[in-house]
Design a protein around this ligand. Sequence first.
Ligand SMILES: Nc1ncnc2c1ncn2[C@@H]1O[C@H](COP(=O)(O)OP(=O)(O)O)[C@@H](O)[C@H]1O
Ligand SMILES: [Mg+2]
Length: 370
Amino acid sequence: MYLKNIKVKGFRNINNANLSFNKNVNVIVGENAQGKTNLLESIFLLSGSRSFRGSKEKEMIKETEKSFYIEGNFDEPEKQVKYASLLENGKLIKKVIKNDKAYKSSRTLVGHFPMTAFSPDDLLLIKGSPSLRRDFLDSILCSLFPSYLSNINHYEKIVMHKNKLLKEEADEKIVEVYSMQMAKYGTSITLSRLELIEKIKPYIKKFFNEMANGRDSIDIFYECSSFDIKEVGIKSTNELCEDYLNKMLENKDKENFSKQCLYGPHRDELKIFINGKEAKSFASQGQIRSAVISLILAKTELIKNILNKAPIVILDDVMSELDSTRQKFILDKIKDFQVFISCCQKDIFENRKNKSVFEVKNGEILKIEE
Ligand SMILES: Nc1ncnc2c1ncn2[C@@H]1O[C@H](COP(=O)(O)OP(=O)(O)O)[C@@H](O)[C@H]1O
Ligand SMILES: [Mg+2]
């Protein structure tokens, strides 16, 4: 799958851009703070996922405007996306049209135009908080199974309500109703994550091992707070759900004392080990980079194989952080995908065929090489 062209209006510092893209590599060059990431962010929104920058859409509207508009055309039977966000009386209204049909939410785009993104912030995946690693798993599951997103949203709302009840020291019977709901949705989320880990693990190991020339090895495990994962495949989903509920009931004094939900997928951890040691505490800068690259490449490859559609790969400002061997490794692994890659200098792409180069200056974008 590839993005043929895009129109962007009133998006951050981009006033008006009308660009047609290469189906292989698109290099976005420019000095700092010119709008390279802004362009990548506008492309990524067409996938239906939240910004890889974690920003709010309100902030994406150009300071002097009341709305932004993005239109993308893909080489697909379902090929056109029109995406607008406008401010009306301080409220954000979103309009999403896919092939002339209007939808209420950009989530309806998820899975149709899959994209994976890699930005310098992703280096935090290894040493940052467990929620970043859970989000990594959840973002893949959302691309693959749009219903997973509503499960997660539902679960998070229940956790929020139960936390509130625990703070208010509400009646035990009411808290229990929420625990039952948590067990139902939480079990399904945990099982989906466990299944994903089994599928993605071989890809991560392979990429990491190749990058380290066989010297280093990586492994990943899921640490589960709700039930014993050794029982998965032995016990039924209902039994696991019951175990999880019992865990909450047996530990209700602890939850009452800490006034928050202590068990469930919102407390689980994706453990990453390099050469048998936990990466969070022991990995070197180089190992962290290789691990993150392996995770993102594995995600890209897995989505391609399951959806039978090659996701678009967005690489924001990552090349400058990498040595030339790793740069070559990435470029080699993504040669079958459409790639958007931002950088300050275009020299590393000098000898690459099948590329277009765009220069960004103060929000103006110009194609400088076909
Ligand atoms: N909502 C907005 N309206 C206008 N300008 C914005 C908005 N959001 C960010 N910018 C501007 O965009 C520029 C940063 O663009 P960015 O794409 O991050 O740069 P880079 O080329 O370094 O990737 C900054 O000058 C910032 O002020
Ligand atoms: Mg940038």
